[in-house]
Design a protein around this ligand. Structure first.
Ligand code: TNX
Length: 550
């Protein structure tokens, strides 16, 4: 295969496109600092080796990089952990102890001689690999060999996330999506450096996770979905597979069991949990707010403890999401006591509570996080919960809800919060969005995809692309441009990376700055430039009129 690949380079069957290198600043989300060096473009040779620090997690990232690059290049790209200077034309993935890179940052240097990626953690290397992918020609996304000059733009990038929580939610309850679809969504998150996948596992229309101690929940409660389809559920083995696939991409799964409302499917399976005098029946519509588990029955708390106990055991991540939204039929005082009791169950399991911001009035529980999905930034109840210790994940429904239509003529989706095209998805600042909430309370951003109207993998992608990358950039990229020097203008060519880190205060606005931080006109160009990648990867997307498509 190596010989064939080399021969392909010398005497290509199809004409090799001698396209220009991708711009170093073309990355989404925008890196913190970019210093291009146009004299240092690197052409990946057919015999390139991927050298990785001798660490299992780092080696796994190296193998993933090889797996990403092999199909289109046809190169063998062996992965080794032999340390030392990278050979000419090699790609080096190195774990370092450079404190400024933080838990997820990376430093990338592309020179004529090779590529060096450094990070303190395998997560940082993983994010750097996503940048590396985006810097290769779009044909790198092809699953079959392409005759192409695999050129990377010269220069250096220093990159770190703005927020630790960068997520998306998939509602697998309204319509069920199988494991393969979820893994593909995980791939989309990884591409844009997101690190949390929130799975909305239960709702009125379906219960999607097998619970050994309450088997009817999935067997009976899982057999429905919106529109009358067959539904489905994940076995615990399925769920573990999703968690492991996500973990290998440095993404933590956050499972949600929505309580006390949005529980009709559970009540159909276990009518004894329903409030006295009610007779639950399977529901395939899209109304909300009618169902709830009986908060006055001890059996309800047995159910909650068993379900959350099994879920905690399946979930290596620290969080359990308890829902809490739209329990309209439960009186406020009863609701608050219920939430406080469920919070105690979660903390008792050694997990951290996340809930929709309706749980705000409940007492603080250690580390608890509210997921704010309002549309009006003035929310005194949430601000008060923050004063009592809560942290926030922001999912403003009029900016971050991926189930909203792009425009009135969008064939699927809702419009109760807004029409959300790319400009609207991008046009807000998480740090200052909520009134009377300090920036330090914001852990990050999450884009939820509710699926009342979303039924297929390509419909998921149509709603995600191109909006998910806009939310990813809000979560990852710095809010304002950092002044920096280009690698070229540095005194010593060798010192380019530390230049990026330590000498950036020297004002050199005229340097070949290839980046503008939160900047719509720059972002729309960069994002539109990804369309050929999505096409090559078979990703469905909406050709939004907001973007200057190539
Ligand atoms: C509100 S947002 C809901 C969901 C719906 C969604 C539709 C939230 C916590 N609850 O039950 O699916 O609106 O946009």
């Amino acid at each position: 295969a190596a010989d064939r690949a080399a021969a392909t380079q010398l005497a290509p069957a199809a004409p090799v496109r001698l396209g220009a290198a991708v711009r170093l600043g073309a990355v989404v989300p925008a890196p913190e600092r970019v210093a291009p060096d146009p004299d240092a473009d690197h052409v990946l040779p057919a015999d390139a080796v991927i050298r990785v620090s001798a660490d299992p997690a780092a080696l796994a990232v190296g193998e993933q990089l090889a797996a990403l690059l092999r199909p289109a290049t046809g190169y063998p790209l062996p992965v080794t952990d032999v340390v030392g200077q990278p050979p000419a034309g090699g790609i080096a993935l190195q774990l370092t102890d450079e404190a400024d890179l933080g838990a997820e940052g990376y430093r990338l240097d592309v020179t004529r001689d090779g590529v060096r990626l450094r990070a303190r953690t395998a997560a940082g290397l993983h994010h750097g690999v996503q940048t590396l992918r985006q810097l290769l020609p779009a044909a790198i996304e092809s699953r079959t060999p392409v005759a192409e000059r695999w050129v990377l733009p010269g220069g250096s990038i220093l990159d770190r996330p703005r927020y630790p929580h960068r997520g998306a939610m998939l509602d697998v309850a309204r319509h069920f999506f199988g494991v393969a679809d979820v893994l593909r969504v995980i791939d989309h998150l990884a591409r844009y450096k997101l690190n949390r996948l929130h799975l909305h596992l239960t709702d009125d229309q379906g219960w999607r996770i097998a619970i050994d101690s309450w088997p009817r929940l999935a067997a009976v409660g899982g057999a429905t979905e919106v529109g009358g389809g067959p539904g489905g559920h994940y076995t615990q083995a399925d769920y573990r597979r999703i968690v492991a696939y996500a973990a290998a991409r440095h993404i933590t799964v956050i499972p949600e069991i929505d309580l006390p409302g949005h529980t009709n499917a559970a009540l159909v399976a276990h009518p004894e949990l329903a409030p006295p005098g009610t007779t639950p029946s399977p529901y395939a519509g899209t109304e909300i707010g009618f169902s709830y588990v009986d908060p006055t029955s001890e059996r309800t708390y047995d159910f909650v403890a068993d379900v959350l106990g099994e879920l905690a055991a399946l979930t290596p991540g620290p969080w359990l999401h308890i829902g809490g939204d739209e329990a309209f039929k439960v009186p406020a005082e009863v609701y608050t006591r219920f939430v406080e009791r469920v919070q105690r169950i979660v903390t008792g399991l050694g997990k951290t509570v996340i809930g929709w911001h309706q749980i705000a009035p409940a007492a603080h529980a250690d580390g608890r996080v509210l997921q704010w999905w309002g549309t009006r930034p003035d929310d005194p109840t949430t601000a008060d919960a923050v004063r009592r210790g809560a942290k926030l994940i922001l999912s403003p429904a009029n900016h971050a809800y991926l189930d909203m239509k792009y425009a009135p003529d969008t064939p699927i989706g809702h419009d109760w919060a807004a029409h959300i095209d790319v400009h609207q998805a991008y046009g807000w600042d998480p740090a200052t969005h909520l009134t009377d909430v300090p920036a330090e309370a914001v852990l990050g951003v999450e884009a939820p995809l509710w699926t009342e109207s979303v039924t297929t993998r390509s419909e998921i992608e149509f709603m995600l692309f191109p909006r998910l990358p806009a939310i990813a950039e809000l979560a990852w990229s710095p809010p304002s441009a950092q002044p920096h020097r280009s690698a070229r203008s540095a005194q010593s060519g060798e010192a380019a990376p530390s230049d990026l880190a330590h000498r950036s205060t020297q004002s050199d606005a005229a340097a070949q700055s290839d980046r503008a931080a939160h900047d719509w006109s720059d972002f729309r160009q960069r994002l539109a430039g990804h369309a050929p990648r999505w096409t090559a990867a078979g990703i469905a997307f909406h050709r939004s009129p907001d973007l200057p498509w190539p």
